[in-house]
Design a protein around this ligand. Structure first.
Ligand SMILES: O=P(O)(O)OC[C@H]1O[C@](O)(CO)[C@@H](O)[C@@H]1O
Length: 367
């Protein structure tokens, strides 16, 4: 990242200091003029200042690390570097890669399929798109090429489709994860749901600032739409669906501050809770969102997904490839088979995925 921009001495020194603080030092405060100081106070910064980075929950320290990294390169400060995404060169490489042309051209086979099969193919594109997350690939080169067996460790897709029947009036909220090769299939899925009337309205939640290297921001949505719009065939057709849905308000993009919070979703603010409560279905993409949705804990893997998401104010789904230890909702047989075949590796290798759904039931918490 450091070599991808001609950063000046001030930025380089700030990056060096951040590295030193993470490895040998302690968590520091935000500068006095930081626009989000109050928010980070609410998110627990004062209790953590002065403690070693390794001494606080992983979710919290990772989130704060990205916040400090952006501080170091000048993202927040008025001036020439304000709003310059330090990860943009890595994100841009994906849509521009030659494989992307072939992947988009493969969509041209879709119109020959019945609609439920097209919907299923696009759901799987969005699900497995999560495996291509850039930060993950940097640390696990080759995971993409593995043959995942069993690929899906939980599959509640029938319940997911029950919320989004053709011709319904569903409002879909999709809480996105990564840009590029994950966001493109997410957008294609949304386009299909809107075009086929499985959703009347969609809200795409992205991050308000660059996060976890590859997480999608508004700029990444615009890049993805431009990429799709330039493509021939079905990909270009879907781009036009999305473009007009954004123009008339059927598709909106939201950058809620809580999307970059170092906290689980059971601590979400009231406005976000109301938005999720009003949705027909909220879909959380990716590993980090999963950790935040179910709680970043060492759950027994057979703990029901519905139990861990009981606090959630409406029907909720997770589409995630497994890249961290957190896991819920497995059957005892699936857990045993995975452990027998792979020890603990299945939890983090990214070779497995899940579709989990919890529909709202009477008596669910409405706190
Ligand atoms: O992009 P995703 O699917 O959210 O994956 C991010 C995951 O990668 C890590 O950064 C490293 O495993 C986790 O902290 C995080 O959960």
């Amino acid at each position: 990242m450091r070599g991808a921009f001609p950063y000046g001495p001030g930025q380089r020194q700030a990056l060096d200091e951040l590295l030193k603080s993470c490895t040998e030092g302690t968590i520091g405060p935000l500068p006095s003029g930081a626009p989000d100081r109050e928010r980070w106070r609410e998110w627990g910064l004062p209790d953590r200042v002065g403690r070693p980075w390794y001494d606080v929950p992983w979710l919290w320290s990772e989130s704060y690390f990205y916040r400090r990294l952006l501080q170091a390169v000048g993202w927040f400060d008025p001036g020439a570097w304000q709003g310059i995404d330090p990860f943009r060169p890595f994100k841009r490489a994906e849509p521009d890669a030659p494989e992307t042309d072939a992947e988009l051209a493969a969509l041209d086979a879709l119109p020959t399929l019945p609609e439920p099969e097209r919907a299923c193919a696009l759901l799987h594109g969005s699900l497995w798109g999560n495996r291509a997350d850039l930060g993950f690939r940097l640390s696990a080169e080759g995971a993409e090429a593995q043959d995942p067996v069993p690929a899906l460790v939980a599959d509640d897709s029938a319940a997911l489709w029950s919320q989004l029947p053709p011709g319904g009036a569903a409002t879909l909220v999709l809480v996105a994860d990564n840009a590029g090769r994950e966001l493109v299939p997410d957008l294609l899925l949304i386009a299909h749901l809107l075009a086929e009337g499985r959703a009347a309205r969609a809200v795409l939640h992205i991050k308000p600032y660059p996060y976890y290297v590859s997480d999608a921001t508004t700029a990444d949505v615009v890049d993805a739409l431009h990429r799709l719009r330039a493509a021939p065939g079905v990909a270009g057709d879907y781009a036009r669906v999305l473009w007009s849905a954004m123009a008339d308000g059927r598709l909106t993009v939201r950058a809620h501050p809580f999307s970059c919070a170092p906290l689980p979703y059971d601590r979400m603010p009231d406005d976000l809770r109301a938005e999720f409560a009003a949705a027909t279905l909220t879909v959380f993409k990716g590993d980090l969102n999963y950790r935040r949705l179910v709680g970043d804990r060492r759950w027994p893997p057979t703990t029901p997904f519905a139990e861990t998401t009981r606090y959630f104010p409406g029907p909720v789904a997770a589409l995630r490839t497994l890249k961290s230890d957190v896991i819920t909702g497995l059957s005892p047989a699936t857990e045993s088979a995975l452990v027998a075949a792979e020890g603990r590796r299945w939890r983090t290798s990214g070779a497995h995925a899940l579709v989990q759904v919890a529909l709202k039931w009477p008596g669910a918490e409405a706190t």
